[in-house]
Design a protein around this ligand. Structure first.
Ligand code: R5P
Length: 281
């Protein structure tokens, strides 16, 4: 078995190789002068199992993934398992308006072409796994995040919307504290409205937990609500830290701590999901 770490998931691939005690596949990748991607597999992989790890975000990383899959398939790999630590486009999981694409399905179908199995981490909604046409499994960073938050003496967990309620419940159960959720209405890509709600968060060390932080708008509004209601400290945690624009800087100023898993690599992605992925494998 070989582990192939794509350019967007080198840390997880390295961690995974260590956890499974399997070698990293030797590959050459580069970009041509016109920025097109090139990959060449250097090891002999005919008849071998290959685990290809690549976060499917942003768009160029999806193209890299498809090209790496082609190389590994053509080199005769017996079984290709694609690990998508973050599955980009997963939030466009249905037609919200007539005429729209179901983008998550479009990406899933293409990734399925040269894959025998797929593993992803904390998909935005679990039903999107059905968009892949090969067996697809998921694992979660929530318990790893919760263990970290427990050490930070968090004693209340908040979900910023109903969709994140189960994550908050799971984290709170490990920490052994209360949880609640907010009602969020998305106005557009950058604007959300939080319905005021009385939370039992006064004097508490609160962690807000979500699957994705993108613009940071959801978290910023939730932090404001918690501070209004007298929370002592507020930290934010998520699996996939996209941190568009200056979102990370804004959130760091607005709260007491920001942490995320390493499905996307950035300066606060300190929680490794490698052991969860290794278990799923
Ligand atoms: C949406 O349902 C997701 O779970 C996140 O709450 C959302 O993607 C966060 O986006 P933003 O950081 O832009 O508010």
């Amino acid at each position: 078995m070989y582990i192939l770490g794509g350019t967007s998931a080198k840390t997880i691939a390295g961690n995974l190789a260590n956890a499974l005690q399997e070698p990293l596949l030797q590959v050459i990748y580069k970009r041509f002068p016109d920025d097109e991607f090139y990959v060449r597999v250097m090891d002999q992989i005919e008849g071998e199992d290959v685990i290809l790890v690549q976060t499917a975000y942003p768009d160029p990383k999806i193209v890299e993934l498809l090209i790496m899959q082609d190389a590994v398939h053509d080199a005769g790999a017996k079984k290709i398992t694609v690990v998508l630590p973050y599955f980009g486009y997963s939030r466009q999981d249905k037609k919200f308006e007539e005429g729209e694409a179901v983008s998550a399905r479009a990406i899933a179908q293409h990734v399925s072409l040269h894959a025998d199995a797929i593993i992803t981490v904390d998909p935005h909604k679990e039903y999107i796994l059905k968009f892949f046409t090969v067996p697809t499994y998921c694992c979660s960073a929530v318990l790893s995040l919760a263990r970290y938050l427990k050490e930070k003496n968090i004693d209340f967990v908040l979900a910023p919307d109903k969709g994140a309620k189960d994550r908050a419940k799971e984290a709170a159960s490990l920490i052994n504290c209360d949880y609640d959720y907010l009602e969020k209405t998305r106005i557009d890509g950058t604007t959300v409205r939080i319905t005021p709600k009385s939370l039992n968060a006064s004097g508490k060390h609160v962690a807000i937990i979500d699957d994705i932080i993108s613009t940071g708008g959801t978290m910023a509004n939730s932090i404001r609500e918690l501070k209004k209601q007298g929370a002592k400290t507020v930290s934010v945690a998520c699996t996939h830290g996209l941190f568009v624009g200056n979102a990370l800087e804004r959130l760091r100023k607005a709260c007491d701590g920001v942490v995320c898993a390493n499905t996307l690599e950035n300066e606060v992605s300190t929680i490794s999901v490698a052991s969860e992925v290794a278990k799923a494998l």
